[in-house]
Design a protein around this ligand. Structure first.
Ligand SMILES: CC(C)(COP(=O)(O)OP(=O)(O)OC[C@H]1O[C@@H](n2cnc3c(N)ncnc32)[C@H](O)[C@@H]1OP(=O)(O)O)[C@@H](O)C(=O)NCCC(=O)NCCS
Length: 178
């Protein structure tokens, strides 16, 4: 079952989301990534939940949160868009960065992976968004996450930003009402 949460509802289940985050990013093969679920729940999530158009989707399995994804409207002046803008061409930055929908996290607990939950979460997260452009960074190497994004129509904008991440973009066409 997939649910859509706003910032308040997401913070209400921050501990569960932190556990999913820690399990997904703490799995073998993800040693180099940030996997501190408690810090995610206490710091990153509350900071991001206050951003414009914050949207978080959860997948429930047997009554427990087994996966989630979230994003918000990214703007220049924020850490991530500014960092990415400095690493790409001026043309690419002008076309893609600022007012985009920023996909920040996607995570499914290892025991529930390979059952299309990640795909369903991304589908629901992107559904009905008014943004024309969407952005995310993901792993440079061949893993489930980049494969999933490419399968769902995302294009590689920059294969390697210089810190082991690729920049992916999705041009969603003419926006409705924006
Ligand atoms: C990326 C992630 C969220 C994907 O979650 P998931 O629920 O396993 O995603 P899906 O099940 O939709 O797809 C994963 C694979 O299972 C396959 N799959 C899905 N349902 C299937 C089924 N019924 N039968 C066989 N294979 C299936 C998909 O084709 C896909 O295969 P691929 O990796 O070879 O392309 C998960 O691997 C994860 O949490 N990784 C760690 C954190 C991470 O990398 N997050 C993203 C950071 S950018």
């Amino acid at each position: 079952m997939i649910d859509v949460l706003d910032g308040v509802a997401a913070i209400d289940i921050a501990d569960q989301l932190g556990e999913v985050f820690g399990a997904a990013f703490g799995a073998p093969g993800y040693e180099d990534t940030q996997s501190d679920g408690a810090a995610f729940a206490a710091e990153q999530l509350p900071a991001h939940a206050a951003r414009d158009d914050f949207k978080l989707v959860t997948a429930q399995v047997d009554g427990a949160v087994a996966g989630f994804a979230y994003g918000f409207t990214g703007q220049r002046g924020q850490w991530w868009p500014d960092r990415v803008a400095q690493a790409v061409s001026a043309e690419l930055a002008a076309e893609w960065i600022g007012g985009h929908f920023e996909v920040v996290e996607l995570a499914v607990v290892p025991g529930a992976q390979g059952r299309c939950l990640g795909t369903a979460l991304m589908g629901e997260l992107m559904l009905d968004l008014p943004h024309r452009k969407a952005l995310l960074t993901t792993y440079v190497d061949d893993r489930p996450a980049p494969r999933l994004y490419r399968r769902m129509g995302w294009q590689v904008l920059v294969p390697d930003l210089g810190w082991g991440s690729s920049l992916y973009g999705l041009d969603r066409g003419v926006p409705v009402g924006r």
